[in-house]
Design a protein around this ligand. Sequence first.
Ligand SMILES: Cc1cc2nc3c(=O)[nH]c(=O)nc-3n(C[C@H](O)[C@H](O)[C@H](O)COP(=O)(O)OP(=O)(O)OC[C@H]3O[C@@H](n4cnc5c(N)ncnc54)[C@H](O)[C@@H]3O)c2cc1C
Ligand code: FES
Ligand code: FES
Length: 450
Amino acid sequence: MLLLDFIRYHQHLPGTKTGCNEGDCGACTILIGELQNGAMHYSSFTSCLTPLGNVRGKHVVTIEGINLSGSLTAVQSAMHECTATQCGFCTPGFVMSLTGFCLSQKAATLSNAMAAIDGNICRCTGYKSIERAAARVAQILEPRNGTIPAQYAANTHILPDYFINIPDRLQALHSTLEPAQDVAAQPIGGGTDLYVQHHDTLKQKALRFLYDQPALKGIRQEGNTCILGAATTVADLMASPLLQAYFPYLSNYLKKVSSTQIRNMATIAGNFINASPIGDLSIFFLALDTTLVLSDGVKERELPLRQLFKGYKQLNKSPDEFITRLWFYLPSQHTLFNFEKVSKRTHLDIASVNTAISITMQYDIIEDIRIAAGGVGPVPLLLKETARFMTGKLLTESLIREAGFLLQTEVTPISDARGTADYKRLLLSQLFKAHFITLFPQLETAILIR
Ligand SMILES: Cc1cc2nc3c(=O)[nH]c(=O)nc-3n(C[C@H](O)[C@H](O)[C@H](O)COP(=O)(O)OP(=O)(O)OC[C@H]3O[C@@H](n4cnc5c(N)ncnc54)[C@H](O)[C@@H]3O)c2cc1C
Ligand code: FES
Ligand code: FES
């Protein structure tokens, strides 16, 4: 069962709204709290795509659950006083996303408050008034300093007092939980792909919940290798100090992936197995020459990610194999990485074309290079011929120009809702140049004028 149906039709809590049922509008936003190392950690989810099995042993917070007796919460007041609500249909979702921001460790800035509502759409209020409400919420958080967010929220009318006792209540609940898994059932990570495609049929199917399996979580370093659990979410990637150290612009790349709510739910394995030619994580990890570890429950095997995609939505794996983890070599100090994505709108949109590059230099010579590109073929592509052509050569504008012609021979985009084939070829060409403009600014003028 979906969490949204459970909330509305079993718990009879109609404040959480049903809108698009596809994760796109944010009307169904709730908060999910879980104990992590003894402390509560709350994230916003779209309940329309969340299987009930993914919230076992967690604190599900609906709009009714944040109400104070006799007064509005600080977030509700901000929305009300800034006239940030008209018909009110989207308002519970906005309030929950902003309340989630209050419970996060993020700095109290307007841009962080606005980022927290990047998955919420309003069809009738002007966004300026919502922006003013977000600014007011950020202001309320300013004096927080080092106080634990939930504690500060309870003290400042952001949340009711009962939140303080939630850790003890969850602790008690945990000892009674028996994980039940049907190994023959349909594996599900965050559900953000499966429920969009098979919303109704999935309700009848047995599911195997991978999202919370401890063996599939975590990001760690072993020597010069980075190992990630298959159920690591996009939000986990963004929050990882290890990845931030090796990819300083990581959050700039990943904030282009879906919305805050979806990033809290979407797993890496789900992105690969979804096999979309424009999967952002597929492109990101292809450029890092990532290796997957697959298991059928008895034995494991390794498979380079570049060999996973056989054809459109066809995978080089048996139906009973699932991804347990993935690994890649951490970039050396001579390796540069960049990710580019163009979509019809900046946030909450899939790519028209996306691309990532990993390039290792020995002085001005390209020692090793990998270029991944999405939206320009039936599968996420690694442009091997272009990489072969560039390897061992001096990096010059003319090399980039020649490589730009060659890469066009490796792609076969089609015209669809995200653009014509010609437009996608042009986009790829420009994004390829953008990699070099970003990573080698000294070449910028020469590349731009041609
Ligand atoms: C509103 C919205 C916006 C989105 N925006 C983007 C975007 O900007 N960029 C982008 O790339 N994607 C986007 N997506 C697609 C989706 O969120 C991602 O592909 C996500 O990574 C899927 O992960 P999941 O865990 O939710 O997958 P699920 O839906 O749980 O599963 C997807 C598939 O993977 C399989 N699977 C899951 N885990 C495993 C495993 N460990 N081993 C084997 N099979 C497994 C499932 O059986 C299923 O076939 C968006 C989706 C929505 C709803
Ligand atoms: S109903 Fe639109 S995001 Fe869930
Ligand atoms: S107030 Fe009507 S949809 Fe936002």
